[in-house]
Design a protein around this ligand. Structure first.
Ligand code: NAD
Ligand code: DAU
Length: 351
């Protein structure tokens, strides 16, 4: 009997890397990629695996509970790796309801469908919720998020992810559902939609557009190379203890302004532009409302229990990321036309 995994959000940034990894590394598994193909979903990201015999795409919206239940009844998946979400904090500030519908209700629909089909026979089953460090809120100058840190979300995005995580845990405690949750810091790498800081900065430098840094640029994020996250997801899916939470981080804290300056310098070198040219594009703009000050992750649990730690140093990861975006200018051009352009003009017009 084959092992069937439903991966949601596989046409998005992290999801496409997860799908590719599981399709290639586990030819004995059947991989089903469910995605609604919102503005953030792009099937071109998976062109290199779309003909693999163990890969299947399902165009479906998690908000449609009847279809989600029907899908589960048809395929009787053994595992779920749930990544589909509205993922951009600024969009959540513009339209919180969209985040409730997809991130909260979408997750509950999946849990409901899994329980309906699995019944109480959870042998060999697992439901893996991919979540974010933002559920823990914001840190001051010191300290780290551990798995015991109480949830204190502060944006509509993080509140919706926290709520989804609570439902996942509730299904474990109430119905015995075999769940695992991981909470990860900021990812970066190929195929990230250029609304997020790093690809947005790369794209703007490329076109000599102003680089918007929110507030004074002193907010700190912890950056993780996306393929290191995929490695953690693989280990957690296969070896994580049911009912447990694992924090994942890059051990690479940086102030936003320092990260942006580093990107400017790396891009100037790569494009053969005079040193300092791109830094002159930096503009400090109106801050994000409720902007979390600092995220930092204590990764000792996943390191100790699953032998995982980040392997890609930030400067190497950023170089690879820049190379990928410059080598894939057509991809960037296609995703920055249309809806993204409208969002960009609306969001940055008055900052
Ligand atoms: P993304 O926005 O790039 O991709 C999300 C995908 O979900 C897209 O393909 C989109 O089409 C799909 N989707 C959205 N709404 C859907 C719906 N209603 N039904 C079905 N599919 C839908 O997101 P990402 O950055 O790849 O993040 C993936 C997951 O990882 C999210 O759950 C996010 O909260 C979490 N996460 C992201 C980061 C990060 O830095 N990007 C860090 C930690 C955790
Ligand atoms: O921590 C994990 C989270 O990281 C994920 O759960 C989210 O899905 C992901 O979007 C990311 O959230 P952030 O809000 O940290 O990422 P973003 O790239 O939007 O912003 C990174 C930092 O840069 C943040 O402090 C805000 C700032 N920023 C962002 C943009 C888009 C700017 O200064 N200027 C910008 O134009």
């Amino acid at each position: 009997m084959s092992h069937k995994i439903l991966i949601t959000g596989g046409a998005g940034f992290i999801g496409n890397h997860v799908v590719r990894h599981f399709v290639r590394r586990y030819p004995q598994y059947e991989i089903y990629n469910l995605d609604a193909l919102t503005y953030a979903g792009n099937l071109e990201n998976l062109a290199d695996v779309e003909n693999a015999p163990n890969y299947h795409f399902i165009h479906m919206d998690l908000r449609d509970m009847a279809r989600v239940v029907e899908l589960f009844e048809t395929h009787r998946f053994d595992g779920v790796i749930h990544l589909a979400a509205e993922s951009h904090v600024d969009r959540s500030i513009e339209d919180p309801l969209a985040f409730v519908h997809t991130n909260v209700l979408g997750t509950v629909h999946l849990l409901y469908a899994a329980r309906k089909v699995w019944g109480d026979d959870y042998e060999g089953k697992r439901f893996y919720q991919v979540s974010t460090d933002e559920v823990y809120g914001s840190l001051g100058e010191t300290g780290y998020f551990t798995e015991e840190t109480p949830y204190a979300p502060r944006s509509p995005y993080s509140a919706s992810k926290a709520s989804a995580d609570h439902f996942v845990r509730a299904y474990h405690h109430t119905y015995g559902m075999p769940v695992i949750i991981s909470n990860c810091s900021n990812n970066y790498g190929p195929y990230q939609f250029p609304e997020k800081l790093i690809p947005l900065v790369i794209n703007n430098i490329l076109h000599r557009r102003e680089i918007p840094v929110y507030g004074d640029g002193s907010n700190v994020r912890d950056w993780l190379w996306v393929l290191d996250h995929v490695d953690a997801i693989d280990r957690i899916y296969h070896h994580g203890v049911l009912g447990e939470t694992y924090n994942i981080g890059g051990n690479a804290e940086m102030k936003n302004v320092e990260l942006v300056q580093l990107l400017c310098d790396l891009m100037d070198q790569r494009l053969g532009r005079p040193a300092g040219e791109s830094r002159s594009l930096i503009r400090f703009v109106k801050d994000r409302p409720g902007h979390d000050k600092r995220y930092a992750i204590d990764i000792s649990k996943i390191k100790r229990e699953l032998g995982w730690q980040p392997r890609t140093p930030i400067d190497e990861g950023l170089r690879r990321t820049i190379d990928w975006y410059l080598d894939n200018a057509e991809w960037l051009q296609r995703v920055t036309s249309g809806e993204y352009r409208e969002y960009y003009e609306r969001h940055y017009a008055h900052r």
